[in-house]
Ligand binder design. Structure first.
Ligand code: COA
Length: 263
C-alpha cells in the first residue's frame, strides 16, 4: 500500500512503515495515522507478518503531529481534544501483537519520541534528537509516555525529557535505555531490517509468547492513555496552548506571561 505521505509495504514477512513527507519533516497527519493503524491491524491479523519497522526519510524520523491538521481535527474530536486518528493509533500501540522496530535518523519530536517507548528495538543515527515539547505547547505528554518514560528511565530522566523539554541526542537516548544501538545513517535501514529478519527466523510461537510476557498486561498503559487524553483535551482548550499554536503559525516565540492568568 502506498499513499503520498506514507509508504507501507510487506516483504519477507516484515512490514515497513515509511514516513515520506520530508518537506514537512514527516509530521503526522490524520491520514498518516489512519494508514499506520490499518497497517498495524493488518499485521495483527496476518500470520505472514512477523514484525513492523518504522522509518523516516529525508534525514528526519518525525516532527510530531502536523499541527495544522491536528488543530483542525481536534475540533471534531468529541470533546477529547486528541483527534480520532491520532487517538486510535495511540490506543493501538500497547496492544500491537507483533514486535515493532524503529529506525530513527534526525528529529523525533512528540509522538515521534513517545511511540519509541512502545517499540521493542530502536536503532538511531548519530544525528538522532529525541524531543517532547508538550509543555512548550501548553500540553501534557501522551501515548502513555507519562508512565512509560518513567518506567524506562526513572523519574529524573523522564522529567528532564518530558517536562524540561531537554532534547536527548543519540548517546543520551542510548544511556537512558531508549536506543539499542547507534549506527551510521547509511547503515540504519539495513540494521533495522537485519534485526527484523533475525526475529522472523525465531520460533514464532516462542517469540510472541516471550514478547507478551515481557510487555505484561497492556491495561495499565491503556488507562494511562485515556487519563492523558482527558487532560490533553482540557489543555488544548487552554489559553497557554492557544498562544503556543499561534506562535508556531506566526513563526515567533510564545509569550506565556501574557496568558498566565487566563489558563
Ligand atoms: N506540523 C506542521 N508542520 C510542520 C511541523 C509540524 N509538527 N514540523 C515542521 N513543519 C513544517 C514547517 O511549518 C515548514 O513548513 P513550510 O516549509 O511550509 O514553512 C516545514 O515543515 C519545514 O520546517 P522548518 O520549521 O522550516 O524546519 P526547521 O529545520 O527550521 O525546524 C522543526 C524543524 C521540526 C524543529 C520545527 O519545524 C518545529 O519545531 N516543528 C514543530 C514541532 C512540534 O512542535 N511538533 C508537535 C509535537 S506535539
Amino acid at each position: 500500500m502506498t499513499e503520498r505521505d506514507i509508504d507501507i509495504a510487506v516483504a519477507d514477512e516484515i512490514q515497513v512503515i515509511r514516513f515520506t513527507r520530508p518537506d514537512k519533516k514527516n509530521a503526522f497527519t490524520g491520514a498518516m495515522y489512519d494508514a499506520m493503524s490499518a497497517a498495524l491491524d493488518r499485521g495483527d491479523k496476518d500470520d505472514g507478518i512477523v514484525a513492523h519497522v518504522f522509518i523516516g526519510s529525508g534525514g528526519v524520523f518525525n516532527a510530531g503531529n502536523d499541527i495544522n491538521d491536528f488543530i483542525r481535527r481536534s475540533k471534531d474530536a468529541g470533546g477529547e481534544g486528541i483527534p480520532t486518528p491520532s487517538l486510535n493509533f495511540i490506543r493501538r500501540l500497547p496492544n500491537v501483537s507483533k514486535p515493532m522496530i524503529a529506525a530513527v535518523d534526525g528529529l523525533a519530536i512528540g509522538i515521534g519520541t513517545t511511540m519509541l517507548f512502545h517499540c521493542d528495538l530502536v536503532y538511531a543515527t548519530p544525528t538522532a534528537s529525541l524531543r517532547t515539547p508538550f509543555l512548550d505547547l501548553g500540553l501534557v505528554p501522551e501515548a502513555a509516555s507519562s508512565l512509560t518514560a518513567v518506567q524506562r528511565m526513572g523519574q529524573a530522566c523522564a522529567f528532564e525529557l518530558l517536562c524540561l523539554g531537554e532534547p536527548f541526542n543519540a548517546d543520551r537516548g542510548r544511556e537512558a535505555g531508549i536506543i539499542n544501538a547507534i549506527v551510521p545513517a547509511a547503515d540504519l535501514e539495513a540494521t533495522a531490517m537485519k534485526a527484523a529478519r533475525r526475529l522472523a527466523a525465531k520460533p514464532r510461537g516462542a517469540l510472541m509468547a516471550a514478547r507478551r510476557l515481557m510487555r505484561g498486561d497492556p491495561a495499565a498503559l491503556s488507562a494511562q492513555i485515556d487519563a492523558e487524553a482527558k487532560v490533553f483535551g482540557e489543555r488544548m482548550r487552554s489559553a497557554e496552548a492557544q498562544e503556543a499554536f499561534a506562535a508556531f503559525f506566526e513563526k515567533r516565540p510564545p509569550d506565556f506571561k501574557k496568558v498566565r492568568d487566563k489558563s
